[in-house]
Design a protein around this ligand. Structure first.
Ligand code: SDX
Length: 396
């Protein structure tokens, strides 16, 4: 049975699905987007090329790339009404609460004209979502800062445009630093898709009801927020700052002892993975990017980066973590890079959602375009009370 999930009717449902988009080998630490190794895409392509690949299955040639970039660029603005929607939030609302609302609100503008079963509607929805996520994330940031929104500048590249909307003000242009723009673009590429993770499965299940793609992606944003998933980069940086406050490298042993204490429920955030039981290939690339960014900014003595390197070394040598195959994942270093770029910790997961939007859409479109797909309906093994009769309240 193709489509979203394949069930063994005789057994506990083991939700699984077929997909041709992303391949992960957790033991080898391998990640391929449409067959291309992430190491090659992250160093030889940019994010919009990667979006094209995930959506259409092939890397674009010059003409195709120019057309795709043009289509995305033409949809970077959002309806002016969106700014009034933002006003309903407190200034200190968590950006993922804001993003869940804003992405869901997009469906109010396009719901009536979007039939998810129409390939053309799926195409324009994909373009709109990829184009508007940077605008929405930067609006959430500017709103929290009490600064005016910056409109997209369509002569800029996708990632430069995002950094313009984030860091420019009406009084001052944002002077893009090529190393930082490249690092931001690489973060987008590394987070673009990751097979059937929790938020992608959420988008598939939500979209399988035939709801519009904007609502389905809003469900993915909500799921990604969790600290065990996309919220881990924020949690990993907060963890490093906590250890720094405790006394830094000298206190790593004390912190690790807490992690080992089952009763503490303290986890090494940014470590471990449901699939990678070897090094997360994205973490290796993120670590290199970290060095490049901190060197470019003259921050190679950044105490938090040095603490991260020391913590990684301890964890990679400690039997407790080695025996549990707990290696750094993509989230361990991405927070340090984003902090160096000037992104506030609270916005890390919103950036993850921006990058993952293309993966969610590609996976949703793959499912919906399969004529065999049906609405998702996970099976259950009932473990509750057997049949019984209601007693009058006086008899209970
Ligand atoms: C992402 O699915 C995806 O692809 C997600 C993602 C994507 O791109 O979409 O890759 C993004 O979500 C990356 C993961 C980010 N999360 C974190 O960094 C949070 C910290 N990590 C843990 O919450 C945990 O590692 C999970 C949730 C990621 C995986 O948990 P599992 O599947 O329970 O890990 P496991 O079965 O391999 O655990 C084995 C043992 C268990 O202990 P024991 O019962 O054997 O004593 O290791 C322990 C776990 O309790 N363990 C940890 C740990 N992760 C697992 N102990 C301390 N610190 C950790 N981080």
């Amino acid at each position: 049975q193709t489509g979203m999930f394949t069930y063994d009717p005789g057994f506990m449902s083991t939700g699984s699905c077929q997909s041709a988009i992303t391949y992960i080998d957790g033991d080898k630490g391998e990640l391929l987007y449409r067959g291309y190794p992430i190491e090659q895409l992250a160093t030889q392509c940019d994010y919009l090329e990667t979006c094209y690949l995930l959506l259409y299955g092939e890397l674009p040639n010059d003409v195709q790339k120019k057309d795709f970039v043009g289509r995305v660029t033409n949809h970077t603005m959002v309806n002016e009404q969106m700014q009034f929607f933002l006003r309903g939030f407190r200034r200190d609302a968590h950006p993922m609460a804001v993003m869940t609302g804003l992405v869901g609100a997009l469906s109010a503008f396009y719901h009536d004209s979007t039939d998810i079963n129409n390939p053309e509607h799926r195409e324009i929805s994909a373009i709109r979502l990829i184009a508007k996520m940077p605008t929405l994330v930067s609006m959430a940031y500017k709103y929290s800062m009490g600064q005016p929104y910056m409109y997209p500048k369509n002569k800029l590249g996708y990632t430069s445009n995002f950094m313009h909307m984030m860091f420019a003000t009406p009084c001052e242009e944002y002077e893009p630093n090529d190393v930082l723009v490249r690092a931001m673009d690489r973060i987008f590429i590394l987070h673009a898709d990751h097979e059937q993770n929790a938020s992608t499965s959420t988008v598939r299940l939500c979209g399988s009801s035939g709801t519009n793609p904007f609502a389905a992606i809003a469900a993915g944003v909500a799921c990604l927020w969790g600290p065990a998933h996309g919220g881990a980069n924020e949690a990993a940086l907060n963890m490093l700052e906590d250890i720094q406050r405790m006394g830094g490298v000298a206190k790593i042993g004390e912190f690790v002892a807490k992690v080992k204490d089952k009763n503490s429920n303290v986890k090494l955030m940014g470590f471990g993975h449901r699939v990678y039981k070897n090094y997360d290939p994205r973490a290796k690339l993120m670590r290199e990017t970290c060095h490049e960014v901190l060197d470019a900014l003259g921050l190679h003595n950044d105490p938090l980066f040095k603490l991260a390197m020391a913590l990684e070394k301890v964890a990679l040598e400690d039997e407790y973590f080695v025996s549990r195959k707990l290696y750094p994942n993509v989230d361990f270093y991405s927070g340090i890079v984003q902090r160096a770029i000037g992104i506030p910790v609270s916005l890390f997961t919103a950036i993850f959602a921006l990058a993952r939007t293309v993966g969610w859409i590609a996976q949703l479109n793959e499912m919906i375009s399969d004529p065999e797909y049906k609405i998702g309906r996970p099976r259950q093994l009932y473990t509750g009370a057997t049949r019984r009769d209601v007693q009058a309240i006086g008899q209970r």
